[in-house]
Design a protein around this ligand. Structure first.
Ligand SMILES: [Ca+2]
Ligand SMILES: [Ca+2]
Length: 143
């Protein structure tokens, strides 16, 4: 189910301060999503969001980058409304907006765990593999 976000130019997504969850209906056109539900407050502290199942539990989790270049994941608990997301978990640093123009999540090595792809300011693309430990600690290593 997608979180609502407004697109800006260049493929960046502006982060609303009060994100809403707009459940998909399986229909098309203007009936693609149903009524949106508020799922959080204060998300304007993040300049960008990415989405993927970071903790490999089958639910999509939002990842936000703060102004200090830290990445945080909010594990989706499967609940609804403002109880939908668990407390944030730190998953990386050094992702300053001036150095990393784009951050995306995808499974780069086909191990069913979401990895991080970053585009650096000079255009180089870097991959960081999700090396989650058996106790669920999320760690990303160079690809
Ligand atoms: Ca998840
Ligand atoms: Ca992977």
């Amino acid at each position: 189910m997608p979180l609502s976000a407004r697109r800006r130019h260049g493929g960046e997504v502006s982060v609303p301060a009060r994100p809403h969850l707009c459940p998909g209906t399986g229909k098309t056109g203007t009936n693609t999503v149903s009524s949106c539900v508020l799922i959080g407050n204060g998300w304007n502290t993040y300049d960008t969001l990415a989405f993927g199942d970071v903790n490999a539990d089958g639910r999509t989790d939002p990842v936000g980058r703060d102004s200090g270049g830290d990445l945080w994941v909010y594990p989706h608990k499967g609940d609804t409304g403002t109880d939908a997301l668990d407390s944030r978990v730190f998953i990386g640093n050094g992702w300053w907006p001036a150095n990393w123009t784009t951050i995306r999540l995808a499974d780069l090595n086909d191990d069913h765990k979401i990895d991080i792809i970053g585009r650096a300011d000079k255009g180089d693309l870097h991959g960081y593999v999700n090396a989650m430990s058996t106790d669920g600690t999320i760690i990303f290593d160079n690809l």
